[in-house]
Design a protein around this ligand. Structure first.
Ligand code: URA
Ligand code: SF4
Length: 205
């Protein structure tokens, strides 16, 4: 089984990385998706936001967090006093994974497998080298699994600034786990879930 490593150029230029990622066949997810959705934002950046994978809108537009989850994230960042323009935003997995709905009109998001998360990780490692963030905000379980390993539990640590594993060599120095913004949209009490996300994001240094 392959991964993205053979497609990742030896470069710290986000422009070069982004362009090479368009041709990645590191796992099967490129087959049905429209675009590789690479990260977006300034480099270097002190803060990197790590999501799961692009959604339907992101797949169409080719940019991260531009759909409904992105609107929740933008609003929550603003309310938490984090300047979105200073933040690099990306995903653990760069292609949209979906199944067609029963009548075939919609594309239903599917969670990436551990194998797909691991296959795509070389792109994330290259982004960390290029962006050199001090803090990575882990938006949900997939992001946490990619950076911290599969046994890390977001619910046990949400809103806490934790030291990043030594393998990252200070980039990042710390991680901030929280929930995924789309979980706010599915929560029984959206207002509560949204307020808890904002409270977690206030810990962004
Ligand atoms: N959800 C994510 O995790 N990332 C996106 O870019 C959009 C929705
Ligand atoms: Fe490559 Fe990641 Fe897309 Fe798989 S999901 S094809 S590893 S960019």
């Amino acid at each position: 089984r392959g991964d993205a490593a053979e497609f990742v150029p030896d470069s710290h230029s986000l422009t070069r990385l982004r362009s090479a990622a368009r041709d990645c066949h590191g796992c099967d997810l490129y087959r049905d998706a429209t675009h590789t959705v690479f990260g977006d934002g300034p480099a270097p950046a002190k803060v990197l936001m790590l999501g799961e994978q692009p959604g339907d809108r992101e797949d169409v537009e080719g940019a991260p967090f531009v759909g409904p989850a992105g609107r929740v994230l933008d609003r929550a960042l603003e309310e938490a006093g984090v300047d979105r323009s200073q933040v690099y935003v990306t995903n653990a997995v760069k292609h949209f994974k979906f199944v067609p709905s029963e009548r075939g009109k919609q594309r239903i998001h599917k969670k990436p497998s551990r194998g797909e998360i691991v296959a795509c990780r070389p792109w994330l490692l290259a982004e960390l080298d290029a962006v050199r963030p001090e803090t990575v905000v882990l938006l949900g379980a997939t992001a946490a699994s990619s950076l911290m390993g599969p046994s890390f539990r977001v619910t046990a640590h949400r809103g806490e600034l934790l030291p990043a594993p030594d393998e990252f060599d200070g980039h990042p120095e710390q991680v901030l786990p929280t929930v995924h913004p789309s979980s706010v949209l599915r929560a029984p009490d959206r207002a509560d879930a949204y307020a808890a996300l904002v409270a977690d994001l206030r810990a962004v240094p």
